[in-house]
Ligand binder design. Structure first.
Ligand code: HAM
Length: 413
């Protein structure tokens, strides 16, 4: 038997309703906030990612699906969307001077990571990016959008970690201080951190190594290196979140694994997840447009891992099973013809309908109606058919009444 590739998953019919439900929420809430969808190809020229995410980041260094195509061009399956989206916006000149472009996306992404619960090699992200505003209100808007999505999905409790990396100047000063500090402990650091000390010292703060963590505890704090501009921006973001009742924890060691960030960075975490507790993250990336050959364009956004969202919802038991508005049960296979006609009329009015196709007993059909969480059951029985009618049972109240076949159009939910 040929199996699916390690780290990839089929989304089976028994779980697709979960995906449909949250995809609908992504679309609706994004629209309400004025974000429009952008779809880009699943692969890009490798430089789109290597020039943006950072040559020394784990993603570019170890995790990209990169190959030469038959024409000898280096191609990469997208590991994230922000860089691809910026490439597309520059290419199609989607943003004019002094205007705002609000975009969202949903789709598959690819990272060659060690698979485990919540960590896949093909996974899905929903994300939103606000392009054009250098102001903290844009940072706040994307976080408020993320919060609205989570609440609509039924996730009321989560941890939002917030930090700032400041302006480029502030970050440079901080980087210098970090290098000076970690040099003292160079011989005690893990091999990964030793390498990062040479290439990208901020990423040492991301280390999970127990020994590194002890050293990191006393490392210089970014918040002591911020200039006035960085401080004002960060305080204003907090002010907007406070007034919107969005709680957060400031985590001055949050640096995130991608190099394009400046100022605000944030991450969503949930206690419902195990080791992979981070289910979303984002931040400001004012330098990325220029890095990819575009005009200077301030921008901020985030992405959420959809498999991880679904794991949280499964743990919260918040996933309604495959459900329908009407279930049509026939006491005799002869009535299926009428049942199919009623089904067609109801579906043309956008109701979801199930009908038995196995000629099962009425009892078995009613059991199935329960399994589908049907709001109403239409029972086509011998007696009623003689009177050109059927029985309509309200499954919530348990009440039932007789309806004429001519009155199918009057049915509602
Ligand atoms: P990221 O933190 O690399 O950020 O990914 C965002 C989310 O994607 C993670 O929090 C996680 O839920 C999910 N994710 C990442 N890798 C995997 C995996 N191997 N398996 C399952 N889920 C995964 C970004 O990608 C940035 N582009 C976010 C952003 C948007 N920043 C600004 N705008």
């Amino acid at each position: 038997m040929i199996q699916s590739v390690r780290g990839t998953k089929d989304i089976l019919p028994s779980e697709i309703h979960k995906w449909h439900r949250i995809e609908k929420i992504f679309k609706n809430i994004s629209n309400l906030f004025g974000y429009r969808e952008l779809r880009t190809p699943i692969f890009e020229k490798t430089e789109v990612f290597s020039r943006s995410i950072g040559e020394t980041s784990d993603i570019v260094n170890k995790e990209m699906y990169t190959f030469l195509d038959k024409g000898g061009e280096s191609i990469t399956l997208r590991p994230e969307m922000t860089a691809a989206l910026v490439r597309s916006v520059i290419q199609h000149q989607l943003i004019e001077q002094s205007s705002i472009l609000r975009l969202w996306y949903f789709g598959p992404f690819f990272r060659y990571e060690r698979p485990q619960k919540g960590r896949l090699r093909q996974f899905h992200q929903y994300g939103a990016e606000c392009l054009g505003s250098p102001f903290p209100e844009a940072d706040a808007e994307v976080i408020i959008l993320a919060d609205s999505i989570l609440k609509s999905c039924g996730i009321e409790e989560y941890d939002l970690l917030l930090n700032t990396l400041g302006t480029n100047e502030a970050r440079s000063k901080y980087r210098k201080a970090l290098v000076e500090y970690f040099q003292i402990f160079k011989n005690e650091l893990s091999d990964d951190s030793k390498f990062r000390l040479e290439t990208n010292p901020l990423r040492i703060l991301d280390s999970k190594d127990q020994n590194d963590l002890e050293i990191i505890k006393n490392a210089p704090d970014i918040l002591n290196y911020l200039d006035t501009e960085s401080l004002i921006h960060f305080e204003k973001v907090q002010d907007y979140l406070n007034s919107n009742n969005i709680s957060y924890t400031i985590s001055s060691q949050l640096v995130r694994g991608l190099d394009y960030y400046c100022h605000t960075v944030f991450e969503f975490r949930s206690k419902e997840l195990g080791a992979q507790d981070s289910f979303g993250g984002g931040g400001r990336y004012d330098g990325l447009f220029e890095q990819l050959g575009g005009k200077k364009t301030p921008a901020v956004g985030f992405a959420m891992g959809v498999e991880r969202l679904i794991l949280i919802l499964d743990n919260l038991n918040n996933q309604s099973a495959d459900s329908c508005d009407y279930y049509i049960a026939c006491s005799n296979p002869e009535f299926i013809k009428i049942g199919l006609e009623i089904q067609k009329k109801l579906i043309s009015r956008n109701f979801s309908v199930r009908i038995d196709l196995l000629r099962r007993s009425l009892k078995a059909q009613l059991r199935e109606a329960n399994k589908y969480n049907a709001k109403f059951v239409i029972i086509i029985g011998e007696e009623e058919i003689k009177r050109q009618s059927f029985v309509l049972k309200d499954m919530q109240s348990g009440t039932q009444r007789e309806i004429s076949l001519n009155d199918v159009e009057s049915l509602a939910i």
